[in-house]
Structure formats: structure tokens, C-alpha cells
Design a protein around this ligand. Structure first.
Ligand code: ATP
Ligand code: MG
Length: 407
């Protein structure tokens, strides 16, 4: 097939939305956000997004089908999508389409199936039961090795008869959640670790648009450490549709901590300084929340007492979507979203280098507040924020792989 032939064909997708369906008053706003997000990501070629009777459809030229599928799998607010065959309401055409939809599923090993038919055009010759029976018979004839199982089928072929007939197979999973931006805009504290990218992903899926903030301590941390964080941010950009990454140098802050604070307090104070910086960045950028990858009890700095102390340096809500998540589950999610292999690259992040052997586990709130405030970190933190560098990472169809930074 030539490129010209491909362009002449079109790929049609049926999109299933999730929680947006449950919205009453402002559903239109959620839907418009979602449509805009789809169009924006596919803006490098022609696409059409339409909705009818609570269903969404996306149409692109066949040559862009894989890109469209990549985007649909990563857009918050989309529960699932399926490649659809659209045709006139004619049983012969519908039989052919059912066979075409079933073919790849049989090739993938499906042994059982069912047809799920819906008919909103009540004038059609067959009712939904009749459609299912007819098309089921067609499939059994064409694929003699498979059988019907209405309770627990390996594959489902969906048929809908409305202004046209649509046939489509099992939907692929989407990211679910709510459209980007519907939950406001937050600042993700993004380190090179496993947790914070996953925390960012989880908040994106709740509709929180994100910017990221990374603290480095050059020359104590390497350029590779920054590149790793950039690749993590680029990966998140494939879910958020683009990502702004701020990098602030915390070298002076860390040196001051080392000079003025007891070693066992350095991690705690560093976290407080990070929170203070995040607060300044969030105010400067007009954001509404701070997101962190903390999980209760995972490391010394992540006890409730310490979170109370560090959290007191901002009045923004601190969203910690992993606070109750087991590390194994976080790792599983990191693998499935594609950040794990990048996160485990060896480059040190700034905190490790200055970490004490026996950090304070339970900050005594009033005592620490007085001591920390007495050391006067605000100026060094403000300096780090005022000199931070910002890069815009675009949405791309090719997320960075770990190999891109492994030298
Ligand atoms: P992660 O795997 O996300 O690095 P972690 O388990 O290593 O988390 P900590 O190092 O205690 O935990 O960091 C807790 C949170 O603080 C991180 O999830 C991240 O949100 C933030 N954080 C830590 N270091 C940095 C950094 N250098 N720049 C920006 N944020 C950071
Ligand atoms: Mg870390």
C-alpha cells in the first residue's frame, strides 16, 4: 500500500469517557477540556473529534492511526478506546465488519467470544438480540474453533446501530480519571527517584495540570542526574500534553545546612527549604497545589511528625498521592507508565550526598520551627528560586527511553 492509499483511508475510534459522565452541572466544561486536549495533541495532522448521544468519536487519516492510539492511551479523562468500523445499516456489511474485528482477537488466542449489540434505531429490521444472534452465527461459521461464552468471554465484539452501524472490538485501556486542568494546576517536586514521577502521573490522572520543580546541587550532582529528571519530565509530558520543568540550584542551601545545622537535622531542614522554595514557585506561577512522592514511613524524612514540620513552610495543600501506597505497587505503576527504567539509572540526587547516618525521625514541632527559623534560610532559598532555569518539554509521540541517557 502506498502512502497515498493510506491517506485516503480513515481510522475511526470510539472513545469511552469515565468519571466525566458522572458530572452534572459542569459536564460541558469537562467535555470541552477533553476535546481540546485530544485536538491539541494531534495538532500536527488533521483530526476530527465529535460527540453524539454521549459517545465520542475521533477520526484521523489511516497513516496517523498509531499516533492517535498512542495519544488516546495517555489522555486523562479517557477510560478506553476502540477502533471502530462504521458502515451503512446493512447486515451484509456488518457481518464482514464483525469478522474483521474478530480476526486479530482469534490470532491473539481468543477461544470464546460474545456479541454485545445495542440498537438505538428502533426501526432497524432486527432487535439487539437478533443482531447478536445473526452476527454470532457468522463468526462461528468463519472461525470454527471458537465458541460462544456469554459469561466470561475472551473477546467481545460490540455492535451499535444508530444513524449508522458501528462494529468494534474490546476497548484498549485509557488513563481514566478527569481531563487535564479540570483539577487546577500544581507543582510537582520531581526528583530522579521512583516515587515522584508516579505521584505526578497519579495527580495528572485526577485532572491536575502540572509543572515540575527539580533541585540539583551542581557540582555535587552531575549533568546526567539532571538529564535523567528531564527524561522523567518528558515522559510525564506524554500524559499531560507537555511539561514545564524548573531547575533550581540548591548547592548554596545545602552548604549552609552543612555549615549551620546538626548533621542529624540536615535532611529535615533540606525538606523544609524545598517546601519553602516550592511555595515561592507556586505563588510566582499562580499554581494551586504542591505534589510530592512521599509515602508514610518509607524513609526517615517521611514520618507524620516530619511532614508536619516541613509542610508548615507552605500554605498550599501538599498532595501526596502515594502516602498510603506500598513500594511494590509504586514500582509496578512506574514500570507500566514507563518511568521505572529511567528512575533506576544510578545518578545521585542532591539529597543522598548530604544525608546523615541518623536523621531525626520525629521532629518536635515548636523546637524545630524555632531553631530552623533562627538559622535564616529564606534568603538562600529565595536566591535559588530567583535564578532557577525553566525548559518547556513538548508532548511527543516518542517518550524517552532509559537507553537515551545510559552512557
Ligand atoms: P523519590 O523516589 O520520588 O525520589 P524518595 O523515596 O527518594 O522519593 P525522598 O528522597 O525522601 O523520597 O523525597 C521525598 C519527596 O521529596 C520526593 O518524592 C520528591 O517529591 C521530593 N524531592 C526529593 N528530592 C528532590 C529533588 N532533588 N528535587 C525535587 N524534589 C525532590
Ligand atoms: Mg529521592
Amino acid at each position: 500500500m502506498t502512502k497515498g492509499d493510506l491517506a485516503a483511508m480513515e481510522a475511526l475510534y470510539l472513545i469511552k469517557i469515565g468519571e466525566i459522565r458522572l458530572k452534572d452541572g459542569n459536564r460541558a466544561e469537562f467535555e470541552n477540556r477533553l476535546k481540546r486536549d485530544i485536538k491539541r495533541r494531534l495538532s500536527s495532522f488533521h483530526s476530527e473529534v465529535s460527540s453524539r448521544e454521549g459517545r465520542y468519536y475521533l477520526k484521523v487519516d489511516e497513516e496517523h492511526a498509531l499516533k492517535a492510539e498512542f495519544a488516546l492511551s495517555r489522555i486523562p479523562g479517557i477510560n478506553g478506546w476502540a477502533r471502530a468500523h462504521k458502515m451503512p445499516k446493512d447486515m451484509t456489511r456488518m457481518r464482514a465488519a464483525a469478522i474483521a474485528a474478530m480476526e486479530p482477537l482469534v490470532a491473539q488466542g481468543a477461544k470464546t467470544f460474545k456479541i454485545e449489540a445495542r440498537r438505538s434505531d428502533k426501526g432497524f429490521v432486527l432487535d439487539s438480540y437478533g443482531i447478536a444472534r445473526e452476527l454470532g452465527g457468522t463468526i462461528l461459521e468463519r472461525f470454527p474453533t471458537i465458541r460462544v461464552d456469554v459469561h466470561n468471554p475472551d473477546a467481545i465484539i460490540y455492535v451499535e446501530v444508530r444513524e449508522k452501524a458501528y462494529v468494534f472490538s474490546d476497548p484498549s485501556y485509557g488513563m481514566r480519571g478527569l481531563p487535564i486542568g479540570s483539577g487546577g494546576r500544581g507543582l510537582l517536586l520531581l526528583s530522579g527517584g521512583i516515587d515522584s514521577p508516579v505521584a505526578g502521573y497519579k495527580m495528572l490522572s485526577r485532572g491536575l495540570a502540572l509543572e515540575s520543580l527539580y533541585f540539583h546541587s551542581y557540582p555535587y550532582t552531575s549533568k546526567e542526574a539532571w538529564e535523567k529528571v528531564r527524561d522523567l519530565a518528558s515522559n510525564l509530558a506524554t500524559y499531560s500534553g507537555g511539561m514545564t520543568l524548573h531547575t533550581a540550584s540548591f548547592t548554596d542551601v545545602q552548604l549552609k545546612i552543612k555549615k549551620d545545622a546538626l548533621p542529624e537535622k540536615s535532611t529535615l531542614y533540606l525538606r523544609a527549604c524545598m517546601m519553602m522554595a516550592a511555595d515561592m514557585v507556586a505563588k510566582g506561577r499562580g499554581l494551586n497545589a504542591i505534589v510530592s512522592g512521599e509515602s508514610l514511613g518509607q524513609v526517615a524524612s517521611q514520618t507524620a511528625e516530619n511532614m508536619r514540620f516541613t509542610g508548615s513552610y507552605t500554605d498550599y495543600p501538599i498532595l501526596r498521592p502515594l502516602v498510603g501506597t506500598d513500594k511494590e505497587d509504586t514500582i509496578r505503576l512506574a514500570r507500566s507508565i514507563g518511568t521505572f527504567d529511567i528512575s533506576i539509572l544510578p545518578y545521585e540526587d542532591c539529597c543522598v550526598l548530604f544525608s546523615p547516618k541518623h536523621p531525626v525521625l520525629k521532629a518536635k514541632y515548636d523546637e524545630e520551627r524555632a531553631e530552623f527559623d533562627g538559622l535564616g534560610f529564606r534568603e538562600a532559598v529565595a536566591q535559588a528560586v530567583s535564578t532557577m532555569e525553566t525548559v518547556e518539554l513538548p508532548f511527543t509521540f516518542t517518550p524517552p527511553q532509559a537507553t537515551a541517557v545510559q552512557r
